[in-house]
Write a protein that binds this ligand. Structure first.
Ligand code: UDP
Length: 237
């Protein structure tokens, strides 16, 4: 496949996005830059971009197999992937299996308590507003998506959770929670977009509970690069 990288369309916190000579395709370029707390904390995680590119594409290929459509087209290089151009649905879709992070803080519970069943949460993707939590009917009221689209997004999100849990279990990793984003193709089809990586998931070693994700950066736990490398080693050998 030969797509030409043209002008940069956008630079996000962790990725750059380029237009290509095909109007329906973009190239994402994963950076080593890391941010937390809505951009307040900044840093570099050396090698992260390479790991997140490869890991995202691995998970997306597995999700395609169970009928979750994704934006993945082709991995171009260590850091670059060709993806389908979408209009991002401005919702962060979070699924949780175990208490952690903002859930534990907001509801005053300890981290590490398993849920009886996976639970979901939506945030309205708006940096200026600080990505406020939103419910299904408010999302419809704000015309962020239709009720049908939201139902489909939830169905996909729980299917993604089940598949990722199963895959990760095989690598000795417990999936605590994660965030995904969806996009809309020109014909209205909803597909999985963005990334699935230690930046966007909480991964705990199944035996020791050791954190193998971006919480090591957020909380200054040390060995941040080592955690990303350990995840890559477990999945890719
Ligand atoms: N998450 C993310 N981007 C965000 C907020 C959350 O990728 O802007 C991920 C985060 O890595 C975790 C899950 O979503 O796996 C749930 O995060 P939480 O709501 O607990 O927020 P946090 O504690 O990360 O602020």
């Amino acid at each position: 496949m030969s797509v030409k990288k043209l002008t940069q369309l956008y630079e996000g916190k962790a990725k750059k996005v380029y237009e290509t000579d095909d109007p329906e395709l973009l190239i994402v370029d994963y950076k080593d830059d890391a941010t937390a707390f809505n951009g307040e904390k900044k840093g570099t995680i050396t090698g992260k971009g390479v790991i997140n590119n490869r890991m995202t594409n691995y998970f997306m290929r597995e999700l395609e197999k169970i009928g979750v459509p994704t934006h993945l087209v082709e991995e171009l290089s260590e850091r670059e992937t060709v993806v389908k151009r979408v209009k991002i649905v401005p919702l962060e879709v979070i699924v949780r299996n175990i208490t952690a992070g903002s859930f534990a803080k907001r509801y005053g519970v300890e981290e590490g308590i398993p849920f009886d069943a996976p639970a979901h949460e939506f945030s309205y993707k708006d940096d200026a507003l600080g990505d406020p939590m939103i419910n299904d009917s408010y999302a419809v009221a704000l015309k962020l998506a239709t009720a049908e689209e939201i139902a489909l997004i939830k169905k996909y999100a729980f299917a993604i959770n089940a598949k990722l849990r199963e895959l990760l279990l095989g690598f000795g990793v417990t999936l605590v929670d994660f965030k995904v984003e969806f996009g809309k193709l020109a014909d209205g089809t909803i597909i999985l977009a963005d990334e699935i990586s230690p930046d966007t998931c909480r991964f705990w070693d199944s035996k020791t509970g050791e954190k193998l994700d971006k919480d090591r950066f957020r909380r200054d736990l040390g060995n941040v690069e080592g955690a990303y490398e350990e995840m890559a080693r477990r999945i890719f050998g």
